[in-house]
Design a protein around this ligand. Structure first.
Ligand code: NAD
Length: 500
């Protein structure tokens, strides 16, 4: 007898419940095509019930002492550490990335949980004595209410952990909508969050796609929406949520360029470039997908291709260098874009399209691929590929390379490889990109700072996690108070606006 495929549950009001939806989607292991579970597209009533549970829970959660909130996250970080191996295996099975990289995905989220445990020192107001005679003014950072998070497939642990821990630690309640392509590790993290002590209704989860996302953007009881995903969907979410009066932040697509100056340490630069272009099969919003080789560095292409050729492609559970792409559709799209690149005049220095992984012939694999002579106007340059494909461009000077990057619509991440402090300083000052790496290929900031982004890579002023997200998930209330001495209360009626 074949075993029934597990069904992913919703979390509403502290209970894991089976959806009544008629519409379900398979969650597929990208290395084998095995169906791991089925995920529902939640109904409108289920979305409404999750928001109602969060609204009810907010009444008491907002009054829960700071220390009590913080201690939940102290316990949560330990539970994540204790379950790291199990979480990584779950993540690899449904997402495809290597076990080592899955642990990295979880660890970068765990750092945000650690920061949430420190919420007492982050959510502080200001106080000024005697702004007028016997008048004091102070501010408090109050939670907003019900907040929602919508996450992409490529970091199913880190990105949900960018969102709900900080929202909840600051006193909000939350409705999470994970990626429907790989929600299983997210659900395990949610179970651990409840085990850590998050009360009923404070964290809720609904699954689905476009309809559920639109329902969250429209719901009058949701005060803020945090989104991470593609530029097309993020722009829609930003516009729709904002028009409905919500605070919104959307971290979106990318085309991250590295500049390689000829004075760079060649061995280090090429290793970093290959790791950042092909690691996670290029499915990172911070993957380096374009390298601008300046002057003499253009002669390094054969060495770069030789390094890329040594990378092992395989099933994530066997810990190769890179695993499969998330879906057949993603693999076919990447292969089509590579062909289009050649058709439009790029030179194929290394072709990963025919890679075969013994024992995993059905996997969605594409090996490291390098195209040189890439120019704006080619589809491989104008579109985010989201696969292990590195595009090479040439420039004569650092300034010319900076101009290329600033002319690209995206502004997520960038890196410079050089031994020159003066070049690094000019790059840092003149480049219009949110995350800048100097000899660091994937400069995702630790949560003492916030993730940023410029131009088409981000909508909304405040970034996820770090200090900025404390501002995103709170509203400032300004209180001006006067306590009269008996004599002072004998004064006259004042009809002007000045404080006297
Ligand atoms: P996606 O935009 O397809 O999906 C993101 C979320 O939106 C998912 O939860 C999905 O269910 C939902 N969604 C999909 N289509 C929708 C629609 N038509 N209407 C409303 N909601 C919809 O993104 P993805 O493919 O899951 O993730 C990859 C993308 O995310 C890449 O573009 C990558 O650069 C980006 N990303 C950005 C960052 C960042 O911090 N800037 C981080 C990770 C990923």
């Amino acid at each position: 007898m074949t075993q029934a495929v597990p069904r992913v549950k919703l979390l509403i009001g502290g209970e894991f419940v089976e959806s009544r939806s008629q519409e379900w989607r398979d969650i597929v292991n990208p290395a084998t095509q095995e169906i791991l579970a089925r995920v529902p597209m939640a109904t409108a009533d289920e979305v409404g019930a999750a928001v109602a549970a969060a609204k009810e829970a907010f009444k008491t959660w907002k009054k829960t002492p700071i220390g009590a909130r913080a201690r939940i996250f102290l316990k949560y970080q330990q539970l994540i550490r204790d379950n790291m191996k199990e979480l990584a295996a779950l993540l690899t099975a449904e997402q495809g990335k290597t076990l080592a990289d899955a642990e990295g995905d979880i660890f970068r989220g765990l750092e945000v949980v650690e920061h949430a445990a420190n919420i007492g020192s982050l959510q502080l107001g200001e106080y000024a004595e005697n702004v007028a005679g016997s008048v004091d003014t102070y501010t408090v950072m109050q939670p907003l209410g019900v907040c929602a998070g919508i996450t992409p497939f490529n970091f199913p642990a880190m990105i949900p952990l960018w969102m709900f821990p900080m929202a909840i630690a600051t006193g909000n309640t939350f409705v999470l909508k994970p990626s429907e392509q790989d929600p299983m590790v997210t659900m395990r993290l949610v179970e651990l969050a409840l085990e850590a002590g998050i009360p009923k209704g404070v964290l809720n989860v609904v699954h689905g796609g476009e309809h559920v996302v639109n329902a969250l953007c429209d719901h009058p009881d949701i005060k803020a929406v945090s989104f991470v995903g593609s530029t097309k969907v993020g722009t829609h979410v930003y516009n729709r949520a904002s028009l409905n009066g919500k605070r919104a932040q959307c971290m979106m697509g990318a085309k991250n360029h590295a500049i390689v100056l000829p004075d760079a340490n060649k061995e280090q630069a090429l290793n970093q470039l290959a790791g950042a272009a092909f690691g996670a099969a290029g499915q990172r919003c911070m993957a380096l997908t374009v390298a601008v080789l300046v002057g003499e560095a253009q002669s390094w292409i054969p060495d770069l291709a030789a390094k890329a050729r040594t990378l092992k492609v395989g099933a994530g559970k066997d810990n190769p260098d890179l695993g499969p792409l998330i879906s057949r559709a993603a693999r076919d799209r990447v292969a089509t874009l590579i062909a289009k690149g050649v058709e439009q005049g790029a030179k194929l220095e290394l072709d990963g399209r025919d890679v075969v992984v013994p024992g995993f012939e059905n996997g969605n694999f594409v090996g490291p691929t390098i195209l040189s002579g890439v120019k704006p106007g080619m589809a491989v340059y104008d579109q985010e590929i989201f696969g292990p494909v590195l595009c090479l461009m040439a420039a004569d000077t650092l300034d010319e390379a900076i101009d290329i990057i600033n002319a690209n619509p995206n502004g997520n991440g960038t890196a410079l490889f050089t031994q020159s402090g003066a070049a690094a300083r000019r790059f840092q000052e003149d480049i219009d990109v949110g995350q800048v790496g100097i000899n660091v290929p994937i400069p995702v900031p630790v949560p003492l700072f916030s993730f940023t982004g410029s131009r088409a890579s981000k909508l909304g002023d405040l970034g996820p996690y770090g200090k900025q997200v404390v501002l995103f998930y709170t509203q400032t209330k300004t209180v001006t108070s006067r306590w009269f001495d008996d004599e002072a209360s004998q004064g006259k009626v004042h009809t002007t606006i000045s404080l006297r």
